[in-house]
Design a protein around this ligand. Structure first.
Ligand SMILES: *Cc1c(COP(=O)(O)O)cnc(C)c1O
Length: 307
């Protein structure tokens, strides 16, 4: 089973927080494991444990060419000696970008699918084809969200986290948010910051929690105004915020998820959304592996953690 360093909350000090009477702490999941970082550690934990119980364990999963999920599956499978296949959206581009080259050197077998074929990937015939090609496997869906992932994510919060009024997190599929919601106590509220454009995520999240029968004891809010143009899109203000945040607190943020989440929480604090005396815990979900590929793609430099 994957094991991690203790999951640590870091309190932030800043004149704005003092002025508004806010306690803000960051749960540093970016630091829990050198390779299987952030929320992906929790989402994979039970999926991989389950696969290990198979006679001939093998994982197959899907993702985009810069996906944190693909990188994390490859690294975790290497540690646990589980063979794995990554079905990647789009044509192969050489040289491989940093995410795929890390996945490949960790032993992941990469298989590329055109964008149109990728759309049909959930069809039974297609899965049948994959079984013929790669043999039996446990499937982890794109983004990694399923029942076992939600169970893993429900372990992100620990005993000491019940002192906080708000727990905030970045959202893609919402799997992590679902796990957190399950773990909340009734006097707490979760806020999910969507990195995708549009309100559709609210319905999707509702179906996700219905489908997985999340026992919802607490309130939640989904914030859809901090997407900066949509998934993997960005604006100069986001880049500047990521640099500013690093200079203030020494914490690295990625431009796809955590940068948008922390921009959003800081903006809400600034606007006086939270009453004086509020205690907030914001979860740093990792994703820092993606920075190198982002810089390669856009020419924009961002602070990166020292290795
Ligand atoms: C994958 C990912 C998310 C989104 O997690 P979901 O469970 O899909 O909502 C958030 N932050 C980071 C850094 C991620 O890699």
């Amino acid at each position: 089973m994957l094991s991690a360093s203790p999951n640590i909350n870091q309190s932030l000090d800043h004149p704005l927080l003092e002025k508004m009477g806010i306690d803000l702490a960051v749960k540093r999941l970016d630091l829990i494991h050198p390779e299987v970082s952030g929320n992906k550690f929790f989402k994979l934990k039970y999926n991989l444990k389950n696969a290990q119980d198979d006679q001939t364990p093998k994982i197959l999963t899907f993702g985009g060419a810069y996906s944190n999920h693909i990188q994390a599956v490859a690294a975790a499978c290497k540690l646990l000696h589980i063979p794995c296949v990554g079905i990647i959206r789009g044509e192969e581009t050489l040289p491989l970008n940093p995410t795929l080259s890390a996945a490949k050197s960790n032993g992941m077998q990469l298989h590329y699918l055109s964008r149109s074929a990728y759309k049909t990937k959930a069809k039974p015939e297609f899965l049948e084809d994959l079984k013929n090609k790669f043999g039996e496997f446990s499937l982890i869906p794109e983004g990694g969200t399923n029942q076992l992932a939600i169970k893993g994510a429900s372990e992100i919060l620990t005993e000491e986290d019940y002192q906080f009024d708000f727990i905030t997190v970045a959202m893609g599929t919402g799997g992590t948010m679902a796990g957190i919601l399950e773990a909340l106590s009734p006097n707490q509220t979760a806020i999910g910051f969507s990195s995708l454009k549009g309100d559709f995520i609210k319905d999707e999240f509702q179906s996700l929690i219905n489908q997985h029968q999340i026992h919802q004891k607490a309130e939640f809010i989904i914030e859809t105004s901090y997407h900066f143009g949509g998934y993997a899109k960005f604006q100069q203000a986001l880049i500047e915020f990521i640099w500013w945040f690093y200079e203030q607190f020494g914490i690295n943020l990625d431009p796809i998820y955590t940068g948008k989440h922390f921009y959003g929480i800081w903006d809400l604090i600034k606007k006086g959304f939270f009453p004086n005396g509020t205690k907030i815990l914001s979860i740093h979900t990792g994703g820092l592996q993606g920075i190198e590929g982002f810089t390669e793609r856009t020419g924009i430099k961002l602070p990166t953690p020292s290795k």
